[in-house]
Unconditional design. Structure first.
Length: 250
């Protein structure tokens, strides 16, 4: 199992929900954190909390729909000299629920893909080559289990694109100590998931983060957080490493 103490992790969407849970959990493991949100005021509270747990942390901001801001955020991290070892591409937006899905506006797709896919791809393209050079890295991309719901097609299609992107990159990382995997928090009571979701957001721990700790050099796994509820981190890692790694074969 990977020891993350002293390493640096970038968490997008760290101010609330699943991102917040991830930040607190990783800090408890001794991991230093770069906490992203659209506005640094939003992550002040979690920054204080994780620092109180004894780790280093700082906040960054970017509107993920604006790729120039994503690039500027990455430029700023690089300028600080931070070695990013782990990435949790967590932030996402669910634009709308279109009851009359035949009239879904193109803007639903445009905004969903900008935030849920293009921003994540930009982060991966910038940081993964540096991980390969250093010989270590973990990337965990957050997907969604939504299916058969054309009412949410913009969101679902953007997540499907992320799944394909992740699998394709996984095929090029086999045998390295840089691993990229997919996680799904399940339907949780968050601002995105809404109040009627069946799962409390705290149930994402430890499964949402297990991809940072697996250590068998296999990428392309689908790690559903709800399959690890109530497990210790050690047991969760052991279970995760039994799941078939299935990147596309090229």
């Amino acid at each position: 199992m990977v020891n993350v103490k002293g390493r640096w992790a970038l968490i997008t969407g760290a101010s609330r929900g699943v991102g917040y849970q991830t930040a607190i959990f990783m800090a408890k493991q001794g991991c230093n954190l770069i906490l992203h949100s659209r506005n640094m005021e939003h992550t002040k509270k979690v920054e204080e909390e994780v620092k109180a747990l004894g780790v280093e942390a700082y906040c960054v901001q970017a509107e993920l729909a604006n790729n120039d801001e994503v690039v500027a955020m990455l430029d700023g991290i690089e300028a600080k000299g931070t070695t990013v070892d782990i990435v949790f591409n967590n932030a996402a937006v669910q634009i709308a629920y279109r009851t009359d899905y035949w009239k879904t506006p193109i803007e639903d797709y445009d905004m969903s893909f900008r935030i849920n896919f293009i921003a994540m791809a930009t982060i991966c393209y910038r940081l993964i080559p540096k991980m390969i050079e250093r010989g270590f890295g973990r990337v965990i991309n957050t997907t969604s289990g939504i299916k058969n719901e054309p009412e949410q097609s913009g969101y679902a299609a953007s997540k499907a694109a992320l799944d394909k992107f992740t699998k394709d990159l996984a095929s090029r990382l086999e045998g390295t100590n840089v691993m990229i995997n997919i996680t799904d928090p399940g339907w949780c009571r968050t601002d995105l998931g809404g109040p009627n979701a069946p799962s409390d957001v705290a149930t994402v721990i430890p499964g949402i983060a297990v991809g940072a700790f697996v250590d068998d050099k296999k990428s392309g796994r689908f790690l559903h957080a709800q399959n690890f509820v109530g497990m210790t981190l050690e047991d969760a890692v052991a279970k995760a490493e039994t799941i078939e790694a299935n990147p596309y074969i090229i």
